[in-house]
Ligand binder design. Structure first.
Ligand code: SF4
Length: 358
């Protein structure tokens, strides 16, 4: 039997779901003030998914953490938006991946085998300075790695032994995250007619408002249709200039630049042209990668650029300026700079217009 704390960590597991099922909590029960913390956390989970794209983990109160998960799922199902369902599933899967990374190998292996039926063995292989803790049957590997376009995930670039792919622990948890995301998505994306009591409906109404107020900025729909090159943040313009001057960009730089340009509204064809014309990248492969980041392939998740703190960690944050001190995301920089440029233009026109009318 799974412990309450373990179930709170991984509430999507079958055992965790059973643990909640036996409590037989009804919608009317949830209205009772004793469930207020659960409802607050459930609403918080969905709201974090919308606003940050990643749910945090709060294991100091396992019962609340555990019970809030199915309630959050219910909120997402009731809202019935594909975009939200995908974002929520990704957000919860990232939370689980974060916790799994800190677990021992045995725990990772147990989840992989019992929950997702992976054919996986624990090993201890040290090759080329890397320590491999797992070997995974190639069929399980392919099912989950197919959405990754980085060359290191291609089967031909993997260490293999008798039909098994060797994996480090971060790689195994990264692949498990794909399984978890699909599982959560399958929970929340089944249409259901749920008649919520008024206090719960108030919460879903609030979440619908948060979603509608932020959807445009999350998806970049509020940005101009043409990329405003003068408004690019320093990290992105450095990556862009490096690329056009023939520099080979690192993975994180490439991902940040591509996802930024997609969200800033550049056409896929134009992004492909930028990459292919200045490097020796294979056009078909480059297009596939860009379309994947744009959400047109694979998991259908449209990626946004990483946050400034992630870019800082990977050494991609360069020459930050005064605007950088006020924002936490390159797209926020872009919006703010566009706004400033528009104000400057309006002021300039204000200066010019009186002379025109004279
Ligand atoms: S602070 Fe953010 S926007 Fe500014 S350069 Fe660094 S990563 Fe880019």
């Amino acid at each position: 039997m799974i412990s309450e704390r373990e179930a709170a960590k991984y509430p999507f597991l079958r055992d965790a779901v059973s643990l909640v099922d036996v409590l037989d909590i009804t919608l009317d029960d949830l209205v009772d003030p004793s469930y207020r913390k659960v409802l607050d956390r459930a609403e918080g989970r969905v709201s974090q998914a919308i606003l940050k794209g990643e749910t945090d983990s709060r294991l100091e109160d396992p019962p609340t953490e555990l019970l809030s998960y199915p309630v959050a799922n219910m909120f997402v199902t009731v809202l019935g938006e594909d975009f939200l369902s995908r974002r929520y599933a990704l957000s919860e899967a990232l939370r689980a991946e974060e916790i799994l990374r800190e677990e021992g190998e045995a725990r990772v292996a147990k989840m992989a085998r019992t929950e997702f039926e992976w054919t996986l063995n624990l090993v201890s292989e040290s090759l080329d300075g890397r320590i491999y803790n797992f070997e995974l049957h190639f069929s399980n590997y392919l099912r989950n790695a197919a959405v990754f376009r980085e060359p290191k995930w291609k089967l031909v670039n993997r260490m293999m032994k008798d039909g098994y792919v060797l994996l480090t622990q971060p790689e195994a948890t990264r692949l498990l995250k794909e399984e978890i995301q699909r599982k959560i998505l399958s929970f929340v994306s089944v249409p259901a007619k749920i008649n919520l009591p008024e206090p719960l409906r108030e919460r879903t109404n609030r979440l619908a408002k948060v979603l509608s107020e932020n959807r445009a900025s999350i998806t970049g729909e509020d940005l101009p249709s043409e990329v405003v090159m003068e408004a690019l943040p320093p990290c992105i313009s450095t990556a862009f200039e490096g690329l056009v001057s023939g520099k080979r960009l690192g993975h994180m730089e490439r991902f940040a630049l591509t996802s930024f340009l997609i969200n800033a509204g550049m056409e896929i064809d134009d992004i492909v042209k930028v990459f292919v014309s200045v490097t020796d990248f294979d056009e078909e492969f480059t297009r596939y990668q860009i379309e994947h980041i744009a959400g047109l392939r694979g998991s259908r998740t449209r990626y946004t650029p990483p946050t400034c703190s992630t870019l800082r960690t990977h050494g991609v944050c360069v020459n930050p300026d005064r605007i950088c001190g006020r924002i936490k995301h390159p797209l926020s920089y872009y919006r703010r700079k566009i706004w400033m440029l528009q104000r400057q233009e309006e002021e300039r026109q204000g200066d010019v217009n009186p002379q025109i009318s004279e």
